[in-house]
Design a protein around this ligand. Structure first.
Ligand code: S3P
Length: 172
């Protein structure tokens, strides 16, 4: 007997540096699904880094690219999609997305990010402002998600919770 999948794609949300990309790659591998990353897709299409886009075109332009990219990517099904931390704040995530919140504490994120990964994120440069952004955003992440993963440990310690939830939901 067949079944109809309720969701088209898994969409990972969460603050900058929470591990969405690492989690997404590992999940996609374990589920034999394609992994796509919104930031990397935009960078490839624009032939510019996120930092360069922020500097030359501004944040509003980047937010517009994010929404367009999300709309394009979700025309396809069966993918694990990692978003940028601001995407769920400024863009709508198409229905039929199984939204998973990768939830790491602000201090854990700061301690875990390498200098290189930190430097890539324009909105993380001023620590006080980044912390305020974190506090502003968490409620939206919680409201949107159907599943929250405590991401304060290494990916290998919590990824099976997400994988099992997805398998139970008969997503994809
Ligand atoms: C942003 C998060 C970044 C990137 C951009 C803006 C944000 O993605 O999209 O720097 O507003 O939180 P990551 O969440 O992958 O760092």
């Amino acid at each position: 007997m067949g079944f109809t999948a309720v969701y088209d794609n898994v969409v990972l949300i969460g603050f900058m540096g929470s591990g969405k990309t690492s989690v997404g790659k590992a999940l996609a591998r374990q589920l034999y699904k394609k992994f796509v990353d919104v930031d990397s897709t935009i960078e490839a299409e624009q032939n510019a880094s996120v930092t360069e886009i922020f500097e030359t075109k501004g944040e509003a332009y980047f937010r517009d690219l994010e929404q367009k990219c999300m709309n394009e990517l979700t025309k396809k099904k069966g993918q694990v999609i990692a978003t940028g931390g601001g995407l769920p704040i400024y863009s709508s995530i198409p229905e039929k997305s199984l939204i998973v919140y990768i939830d790491a504490d602000f201090d854990v994120i700061l301690n875990r990010l390498s200098a290189k990964e930190h430097a890539k994120r324009p909105l993380l440069q001023d620590e006080a402002r980044a912390r305020a952004l974190f506090d502003q955003r968490i409620d939206t992440y919680k409201e949107l998600a159907v599943f929250r993963a405590d991401a304060n440990q290494s990916v290998s310690t919590f990824i099976h919770f997400i994988r099992d939830f997805i398998l139970d939901q008969r997503v994809l």
